[in-house]
Design a protein around this ligand. Structure first.
Ligand SMILES: [Zn+2]
Length: 393
């Protein structure tokens, strides 16, 4: 019910598997989308598979989607008597889902990089393969992929390759910030810095751990961050088992797994698509978490029931968005004992310390105190720092 800003829609798609229970093979395989060129658009469902494994035939999973998007790209989308063009921007998926929809071998195979032809090496200490740093490689290209010229890498060509306008190499992104950087590389580094095992050269001392953890717990991130920081000790339990196989050669060549290697490709993707946050799976993951909660809550797990949950979630997201656009700002109001100032949808200042800080266009850091309407303009009152130093020096 919202007209696009341009004459058409630029769309991102997300493919993901979603297990229903931890020790059960029942799983959903949704296809989700987000309109990229309209601000604050919610994640929306496109299709849903439900079964005891991932769809046995990847083409069965993809075919209707490919056909429908091709139709829309060819003929446009009619809305209110007007035709709008439709264009795909990129596809976001985690590592196993990417390999599945592309019909390629796993990231842990000899030629596992989706973006270049690097040959991985066998680790002496585990079943994992590593990506030799600075080894010879060439960028993969769409035409060679389409003509199945990467036999070490490709298993078969899936229906995805028939999607108009999709570059099978460049448009299926690997630098999803959540999986690649936050959980992948950073999660692994934190584990290495905090774990105890023989020969560990980079471990933080107990005192350092305590100081850093206490500092992390004291930081109150602004309200729009959904999670607060945790102590470093907690991350150890969570990541421990998963990362055990890399203990032997810390920071040596074997440390470079596919996530670390993909940092080299993040640059190319930021160059093509813009900042990392626009390629993140965070909102899709949150959508799927909410969807899973609703399905579990309803206790009936048929596909038809689950589609109802999709519809409910859609209604919730649309009303949230309408609420957001009704507070489009700039405006100020009293919330409890605070004066809340909405700069634009999703960005507000409140004099409660955690939501009190902002940076102006000229780089000044401001501590917000209050706001007032003067004439037709919203005036923000606060204190600016007279001296600033770079934090990471
Ligand atoms: Zn590569």
């Amino acid at each position: 019910n919202l007209p696009p800003i341009d004459d058409g829609f630029v769309i991102d798609f997300c493919f993901d598997g979603l297990p229903l229970y931890l020790n059960d093979s029942k799983q959903f395989w949704p296809i989700l989308m987000k309109v990229f060129n309209i601000p604050n658009m919610p994640v929306m469902p496109v299709a849903l598979f439900f079964g005891l494994s991932k769809p046995a035939s990847v083409d069965q999973y993809l075919e209707d989607f490919v056909e429908e998007i091709n139709e829309l790209q060819k003929n446009g989308l009619m809305m209110h008597g007007r035709s709008y063009w439709v264009k795909i921007r990129c596809i976001i998926a985690d590592t196993p889902a990417r390999a599945y929809i592309k019909g390629v071998k796993s990231h842990n195979s000899v030629s596992g990089c989706l973006k270049c032809t690097i040959t991985t090496k066998k680790s002496d200490h585990s079943s994992h393969r590593f990506y030799p740093y600075a080894a010879f490689s060439q960028p993969r290209d769409h035409n060679s992929f389409y003509n199945e010229q990467y036999p070490l890498h490709q298993k078969f060509l899936t229906a995805l390759s028939r999607l108009y306008g999709l570059n099978m190499i460049l448009d299926i992104i690997v630098s999803d910030r959540l999986h690649l950087i936050d959980e992948g590389v950073l999660g692994r580094l934190i584990f290495l810095w905090t774990s105890v095992f023989p020969g560990q050269k980079f471990r933080m001392s107990k005192l350092q751990l305590k100081i850093v953890s206490e500092h992390l717990l004291q930081i109150h991130l602004p309200s729009d961050f959904r999670r607060q920081l945790r102590s470093l000790n907690l991350s150890q339990d969570r990541k421990g088992i998963k990362l055990k196989s890399f203990l032997h050669s810390l920071y040596g060549p074997e440390f470079v797994n596919s996530n670390v290697h993909n940092l080299l490709h993040a640059y190319e993707e930021v160059f093509r698509f813009g900042e990392l946050d626009t390629m993140s799976s965070v909102e899709y993951e949150e959508y799927l978490r909410n969807f899973r909660q609703m399905v579990l809550h309803s206790k009936r797990h048929s596909l038809a029931q689950s589609v109802q949950r999709f519809a409910e979630l859609q209604r919730i997201n649309i009303s949230k968005r309408m609420h957001l656009s009704s507070t489009s700002g700039p405006a100020s109001k009293s919330v409890g004992r605070y004066t809340e100032c909405t700069i634009r949808p999703g960005l507000f200042l409140r004099d409660n310390f955690r939501d009190q800080w902002c940076m102006l266009h000229d780089g000044t850091v401001l501590r917000y105190e209050s706001a007032s309407i003067e004439g037709c303009e919203l005036m923000i009152h606060g204190h600016r720092f007279t001296q600033q130093y770079p934090f990471f020096l």
